[in-house]
Write a protein that binds this ligand. Structure first.
Ligand SMILES: Cc1ncc(COP(=O)(O)O)c(C=O)c1O
Length: 292
């Protein structure tokens, strides 16, 4: 949908079309059965990815994460990648979008059916509406969530049980910040509410280990690979708040925001450096190569 100046804008949520199990639906028709485990109990998985010129970034990596989590967590087999690609194409075509943020959601389906079929839907939005103010301006404002966070056994999976993450995000919004960092009861920095976190300390690029149970971010993995390719020393390392306070640079990574320098942490200005912009450039080059 375009306004009078030709700028694409998002349709209001109920007017926006969703692809639901093979059909475009909108408004009251865009509905999930209340018997679906996704609706009843939050038993769902999702992937959020960017699409450039109609082609998804890091398609294979996103599908692999989705399918692997679905297998580990006892979900019905998700629809084939080809079918999901068709859904994305149909949705983008309908919304007259080439660049978009796409979300694919699958649920554990309705119990009792043999075989149980997963619930599945896709939605797409223009990228601009999803970017943080800090992403648009080049540096994010970040707070540390006051609520201790433990990822638990599901933290490594991108589940639709988002309450803990959304409460942290709301803390950020209340402080007029872009993102909240989640810190464990043992005071270890884990990840953002919708991002992974990196720091540059003593010429090393460091990020909390996946063994803490955090989400294995796709952007995180690409950035670690980009560090190696660029000859930067990068490794997993446990980080405390004090480590962040002493870091030369802090930056966040995620499929929507890409690589964003942290400009303020809890309201205090943070030094900006050369590493985050360099990795953003390398990440974008890799994203362009990955277009499926
Ligand atoms: C909790 C959490 N950590 C990290 C990320 C970043 O993951 P990715 O790079 O795969 O988008 C996200 C993305 O939404 C997230 O929700």
């Amino acid at each position: 949908m375009r306004n009078a100046t030709g700028v694409k804008r998002a349709a209001a949520a109920p007017a926006r079309a969703l692809w639901i199990d093979g059909r475009l639906r909108r408004g009251d028709e865009a509905a999930l059965s209340l018997f679906d485990r996704g609706a009843r109990d939050g038993e769902g998985l999702f992937e959020t990815l960017r699409v450039d010129g109609g082609r998804p970034r890091f398609w294979t990596r996103h599908i692999e994460r989705l399918v692997l989590s679905a297998a580990v967590l006892g979900f019905p087999v998700p629809p084939s990648p080809a079918r999901l690609r068709d859904g994305i194409a149909e949705l983008l075509d309908e919304g007259d979008m080439a660049d978009a943020v796409v979300r694919i959601t699958v649920t554990r389906g309705i119990p009792g059916g043999r075989p149980t079929r997963t619930g599945v839907w896709i939605d797409a939005e223009p990228v601009a509406g999803r970017l943080w103010r800090g992403t648009r301006g080049g540096a994010a404002s970040v707070i540390v969530s006051k609520r201790p966070f433990e990822p638990g056994p599901l933290g490594a999976h991108k589940t639709t049980s988002r309450l803990a993450y959304h409460l942290a995000r709301e803390e950020a919004r209340a402080a007029r910040a872009d993102e909240a960092l989640l810190v464990s009861g043992a005071r270890l920095v884990l990840e953002g509410a919708a991002s992974n976190v990196f720091a540059v300390i003593a010429d090393q690029v460091v990020t909390p280990p996946l063994s803490l149970g955090i989400l294995p971010g796709i952007t995180r993995a690409v950035v670690l690979g980009a560090c190696r390719a660029a000859g930067l020393h990068a490794r997993e390392r446990r980080l405390t708040r004090a480590d962040l306070d002493q870091a030369d640079e802090i930056f966040l990574t995620g499929s929507v925001q890409e690589v964003v320098a942290v400009g303020t942490l809890d309201g205090r200005a943070r030094p900006r450096g050369p590493v985050a912009p360099r990795l953003l450039e390398a990440y974008r080059a890799e994203a362009a190569r990955s277009l499926g």
